[in-house]
Design a protein around this ligand. Structure first.
Ligand code: PEP
Ligand code: MN
Length: 355
């Protein structure tokens, strides 16, 4: 099913790339919301974000001010003429947000991972002409990502854009959520008209990573950025490590290089970034493989089994070689790579068995 899309058409917001949205992770107090909004407006931001209802990983954290924060968003709009944007996760949130005049809704990554929840939101939005920003589901499932947007679209939401906020993973990496850029790149290939915004705050999880992630998104031809900003980031009630002051945001935005989309996806720099990303994935995968090998070593040690079992080794080389050829890689290359991997895993296993 194709998506039937219309431009977001945000009144008063410049239409050139990138669309910029900024604001705190959470609306904490009226003073925090308004002072952040004033500073962001002065920094040239036209769309203000703040979480009113917060999905938290564990109970006991700050779960947002809820309904009480909606009048603060209204004041932001009246005082700064910025558009306001908040997360909705239930039909009740939708009703309250629309009643309070919130201009743009976003659907969070935990919600977009749940088709029942998305369908309920879609039904609540039927007949409402409001721009919706749809975050990728926490798991890297492109079909689920697209499927959720189809549900909204089928309910009549045509002013739709999506937000790439990375994917959660069990592995500990420098990122809070792995960017896995190839997933949004494939989304762009499948639905070229869908605007894609990047959320470097939730991908990075650390403020030091925001500038380079934002630049990478621009180099890949993304349409906009949504960045968390707080007047006193270290004192933020949620996501403190990833928030930046409006002043820092302004410096990051001034330094962004925006190339025209036509020459970006093919540029050498972009392609090299993709290579870096894939090499990073390869190394992570190899390290995971080594960990499994060490588990096997522990098992072999317990059961007094020899480290190298020639049959198993030849089976791996034969199978991987044939598979490589099917994927367009020479069998010699595959053989060399797997011999090197095997040598390292034998070395690691011997270390365990001798200890
Ligand atoms: C947020 O934007 O504050 C948020 C909760 O994001 P996500 O759904 O991407 O985790
Ligand atoms: Mn957040």
């Amino acid at each position: 099913m194709e998506l039937d899309l219309q431009p977001l058409n945000l009144p008063g917001v410049p239409t050139e790339r990138p669309l910029l949205i900024a604001g705190p992770c959470s609306a904490e107090t009226e003073e925090q919301v308004l002072s952040t909004a004033r500073q962001l407006r002065a920094a040239g931001i036209h769309v203000f974000r703040a979480g009113v209802w917060k999905p938290r990983t564990k109970p006991g954290g700050f779960e947002g001010q809820g309904e009480a924060a909606l009048p603060w968003m209204k004041r932001v709009k009246e005082e700064t003429s910025m558009l306001t944007c908040t997360e909705v996760a239930t039909p009740h949130h939708v009703e309250l947000a629309l009643e309070a005049g919130i201009d743009v809704l976003w659907i969070g990554a935990r919600t977009s991972a749940n088709p029942f929840a998305v369908q309920e939101l879609a039904s609540a939005l039927r007949g409402v002409d409001v721009p919706v920003l749809y975050k990728n589901p926490v798991n890297p499932d492109l079909e689920l990502w697209i499927g959720g947007m189809q549900r909204l679209n089928a309910a009549g939401i045509r002013r739709l854009a999506t937000i790439h906020r990375g994917f959660s993973s069990f592995e500990k990496t420098i990122y809070r959520n792995l960017p896995m850029w190839h997933v949004p790149i494939e989304l762009r290939r499948r639905i070229p008209d869908l605007p894609i915004l990047c959320d470097p705050s939730h991908i990075g999880g650390r403020r030091e990573l925001i500038a380079s992630l934002a630049q990478q998104a621009m180099d890949l031809g993304f349409d906009g950025l949504i960045i968390e900003s707080h007047t006193h980031p270290d004192e933020a009630w949620s996501d403190a490590a990833q928030q930046i002051t409006p002043e820092v945001l302004s410096i990051i935005l001034d330094n962004l290089v925006i190339r025209s989309t036509a020459d970006t996806t093919e540029s050498l720099k972009t392609l090299r970034r993709q290579i870096d990303e894939m090499d990073n994935d390869l190394i992570q995968l190899l390290s995971k493989r080594m960990r499994v090998c060490r588990e096997i070593a522990n098992f072999k040690k317990e059961h007094s089994i020899a480290v190298v079992q020639p049959n198993r080794y030849s089976e791996i080389l034969d199978k991987r070689g044939a598979q490589g050829v099917l994927c367009g890689i020479g069998s010699d290359c595959i053989k060399t790579v797997f011999e090197a991997i095997h040598t390292e895993s034998v070395r690691q296993q011997i270390e365990i068995i001798n200890n």
